[in-house]
Design a protein around this ligand. Sequence first.
Ligand code: UD1
Ligand code: UDP
Length: 366
Amino acid sequence: MPDLIRLATVVGARPQFIKAAVVSRVLGRTDGICEDLIHTGQHYDPEMSAVFFGELEIPAPRFNLDIGSGSHAVQTGRMMEALERAFLELRPSGVLLYGDTNSTLAGALAAAKLGLRIAHVEAGLRSFNRSMPEEINRIVADHVADLLFPPTDRAERQLRAEGLGERRIVPVGDVMYDASLHAAGRDAAARAEPLARFGLQPGGYLLVTIHRAENTDAPERLEVILGALAILGAELPVVLPLHPRTQAAIDKLPSGLPQTGVRAISPLGYFDMQSLEGAARAIVTDSGGVQKEAFWHGVPCVTVRGETEWTELIEAGWNRLAPADSVERLVGAVRDAMSTGPLEQPSLYGDGRAGEHIVAALRGWA
Ligand code: UD1
Ligand code: UDP
């Protein structure tokens, strides 16, 4: 009998629950590998964490570290301390990390210092903007990982350009594409229900998500975004599921939310979010994941940033950049997106079986 592979998976933030659910689902039907989830507690509100464990049937974490919010050093340092203890107790065959959050960084450093093998899902993405906390996190994670899973051809080339070609690089596609196919496979009534619940017409509204530090921590940028949404909200309903960080930042603005046309709602569960994305006239976002989901739904997107890691979508015409420095430019980009004609949908993110490919590669840790 070959030895059992014991994986320790570190998650902590909303997109990591969605990504890890894909791989955990495959692991659940795979012999020879068992998984212990470690939830750092970076996200803790029920609608930022528990909802995903419920609807995506993610196994209960073996450890809940309950770290919560804090400055980058405080949050990351506390996570590292608690993760080291968890790794020492679990003695895993290797550690599985996702994306580019502080939970990823803490997992990467704690595991590397213990000499544990590390696999990084979503390796090789770069914005080339080092003022973004995520850029630091993803570079560190890639450079201490042994097994790298780039989601795109460009990400794979980037890893090689950074001298990581000696490591094991396994192009697998994007786990979020697998997740979106899983959501699309639900029955039509279930997919349509959230629209009725929110009183929305297919193709009749804009869906907006904003949470990046660069947009929430600078009041003048947040005011540009809300100013643009107020103008657009006079033309069609704007639906704004609010990340708690953004809610807190808006609460501090003297002007607050626009009085009409913009409807702020609580953060949505994954399936509700997919339904609202799929029927939107256009999507306006600074989220990494939502940019790609717009494309998979065939909905044009505006990214409220000066750059993106997912440049192939800009080249394909599905996405356009509009940083939050001008109301006119942002409104113009959204109008441009809404008038986009039919576009080709090239295959950019793998075959929808990234989860299977990742688990197959992890078997090498036996
Ligand atoms: C984090 C990630 C970001 C990712 C995002 C996904 C880092 C550096 N950033 O950003 O890459 O795109 O998650 O959503 O890791 N808060 C709550 N309740 C919660 C969680 C957060 O109120 O459940 C509030 C707290 O005030 C907290 C703030 O949101 O200080 C920011 O949370 P944090 O996890 O530090 O960063 P995110 O902006 O969520
Ligand atoms: N998402 C969600 N509910 C929301 C907003 C986003 O389920 O209210 C999902 C979204 O569909 C995508 C993921 O969360 O699958 C993206 O996470 P987020 O935007 O928080 O982080 P990023 O991708 O920017 O790191």
